[in-house]
Ligand binder design. Structure first.
Ligand SMILES: *Cc1c(COP(=O)(O)O)cnc(C)c1O
Length: 385
């Protein structure tokens, strides 16, 4: 058995500071978490509104389980599609301003499903180089020709679109880049897609619930409405639950129901999760105070990150990466914070490009100003030490 080979590969990873391992939480997801019997102030969840452990979501999940039981028992196309799933799809569609929506089990599966359903041999997928791994995997699986453009480089994208002469064209991009926190220029992207008759798939995993009026997401943030835009968003981040959806024209959704393999060949998520997301949507829509508080924390953090030996990337969102550079240096900084009771994950290649290892600081509306002060104070101490 080639165990020795596997072990050698793991050892090589470890020597490069690239070995990955998990920390085990002994508490719910919240700004203060328990790990190994110790309490830490955490800045690494995507629970941007602090809803993951919200009493109304817990109640809705319990009530949903009473009403629907636990397991969906079958795929959506067999007998797993519940009235609550259906209601949630309708509400999500209208919330993001689209005619129809389709629930997927996860964002990863949604991206695989959409790209594979809409693009195949002879078609071309155009992708930002900093897109999320799930979009990268999706385009490889689709068998379409793949053209990657430099991050947010509209000039290069225009040239690539110009060169593609036949087949369907699909541009795919994170709306908020998951490891950088910056935004894709959606109005410019849409203009290019219109000019070249391309579809635009936006991955709003980090915009939904946070950006735009009432947290309706990146399309609302930019005031964009177009039939050629397909919007994917996840329900396990700001929404605080689990799952994902794709919102688009009805004919696109019908195409997904018939062609998206990651939709067809998998069990529907428990309907009680849909009950919880319905409760979450109410909190999101009425969450201006949460979003206002989050914005103030972002401003406070950014000013507190000035004058450090590590640079804060230009982000206006709840994702605030602190660029460290080397893998080991990023791990060391993360470990030094942990010794001070603060948990911030170090993100290393291949999740981010070589030489750009970073601390990915994320804020939540559940943080208090004093929490941010504690983090920036610790970083300034470490910079001197
Ligand atoms: C988290 C994330 C996904 C995957 O969503 P899951 O529901 O966690 O599978 C997809 N795209 C982006 C940009 C993400 O950050």
């Amino acid at each position: 058995m080639p165990f020795i080979e596997l072990q050698n590969e793991l050892n090589e990873r470890a020597a490069l500071g690239l070995l990955r391992h998990r920390c085990t939480l002994q508490s719910p997801q919240a700004p203060h978490i328990m790990v190994g019997g110790k309490s830490y102030l955490s800045f690494c969840s995507n629970d941007y509104l602090g809803l993951a452990n919200h009493s109304q979501l817990i109640a809705a999940l319990q009530q949903g389980a009473q009403q629907h039981g636990v397991g969906a028992g079958a795929a959506h196309l067999v007998s797993g599609h519940n009235a609550t799933h259906h209601q949630l799809e309708n509400e999500l569609a209208s919330f993001v301003g689209k005619p129809a929506a389709l629930l997927f089990s996860t964002g990863y599966m949604a991206n695989l499903g959409v790209v594979q359903a809409l693009a195949g041999k002879g078609d071309t997928v155009f992708a930002d180089k900093l897109n999320h791994a799930s979009l990268n995997d999706a385009m490889q699986l689709s068998r379409a020709t793949v053209k990657r453009y430099h991050h947010n480089d509209m000039t290069q994208l225009a040239q690539l679109l110009e060169q593609a002469r036949s087949g369907r064209k699909l541009v795919i991009t994170d709306a908020v880049f998951s490891m950088d926190g910056d935004l894709a220029p959606l109005p410019e992207l849409l203009a290019l897609c219109e000019q070249h008759d391309a579809w635009l798939l936006i991955d709003d995993a980090h915009g939904f619930g946070v950006l735009g009026e009432q947290g309706r997401g990146s399309l609302a943030h930019f005031g964009i409405a177009s039939e050629r835009v397909i919007c994917m968003a996840t329900l396990g981040k700001a929404a605080g639950v689990f799952g994902a959806f794709v919102a688009a024209e009805q004919v696109v959704v019908d195409t997904l129901i018939n062609n998206a393999r990651s939709y067809i060949y998998t069990t529907a998520t428990p309907p009680a999760l849909a009950s919880a997301v319905l409760a979450s949507l109410q909190l999101i829509a009425n969450g201006d105070e949460l979003r206002g508080h989050l914005q103030r924390l972002i401003a406070q953090l950014r000013s507190g990150l000035r004058n450090l030996p590590w640079s804060a990337l230009p982000s206006a969102t709840a994702i605030q990466p602190l660029l460290v550079g080397g893998n080991q240096a990023a791990l060391n900084l993360s470990a030094a914070l942990r010794e001070r009771g603060i948990w911030v994950a170090a993100i290393r290649p291949p999740t981010v490009p070589q030489g750009t290892a970073r601390l990915r600081i994320t804020l939540s509306a559940a943080h208090r100003a004093a929490d941010v002060t504690r983090l920036t104070g610790a970083l300034h101490e470490l910079a001197q030490g």
